[in-house]
Design a protein around this ligand. Structure first.
Ligand code: FES
Length: 163
């Protein structure tokens, strides 16, 4: 009886040992696979403070989006940026000069996440860290292609974006 119990304990102990080895091995393997996937995806973790863009409502009609930019608008000051939402989509808009604005596609050219961040006068895709200038050019990958840009016109506090 003693021998059987002893053997039984030993067997159980070996099982536990190998189970732990297997678990650790699995975790290491999973970590290595995740690391390779992130590398392959070109993941580029964000650093620094990224502000979430405020949303402004626009009106779409006849191939144009219009919105009022007054003193209460998140786009009122030069250097600001916002997401403009309208029936059928959204755009990134930056106030780049006294009466100058840029309007860009809000869909990241890397893997199509919606861009929602803004930091240091750049639009930031929080999915993998791509950054774009207010003119739409890539300033940090993994994205390689610029955002589509749309013509803007500003008059009497109304910004008009031609789609
Ligand atoms: S979808 Fe990957 S950085 Fe935007």
């Amino acid at each position: 009886m003693e021998t059987i119990e002893h053997v039984g304990k030993k067997t159980q102990s070996r099982r536990q040992f190998f189970a732990k080895v297997y678990q650790v091995g699995s975790l290491v393997t999973a970590g290595a696979i995740l690391s390779q996937l992130l590398e392959a995806c070109g993941q580029n973790p964000l650093t620094g403070d990224v502000m979430s863009l405020q949303t402004v409502q626009g009106t779409a009609a006849n191939g144009m989006v219009t919105l009022t930019v007054d003193t209460n608008s998140p786009l009122s000051s030069v250097g600001s940026g916002a997401v403009v939402q309208f029936n059928g989509g959204s755009l990134l808009v930056a106030h780049t000069g006294q009466t100058a604005f840029t309007a860009l596609s809000s869909v990241c050219t890397h893997q199509s996440c919606l861009i929602t961040g803004f930091a240091d006068q750049q639009f930031v895709c929080t999915c993998h860290g791509s950054k774009f200038s207010t003119g739409g050019q890539v300033t940090q990958g993994p994205a390689r292609t610029a955002l589509t840009s749309f013509a803007t016109q500003f008059s009497n506090n109304v910004l008009t974006i031609t789609l």
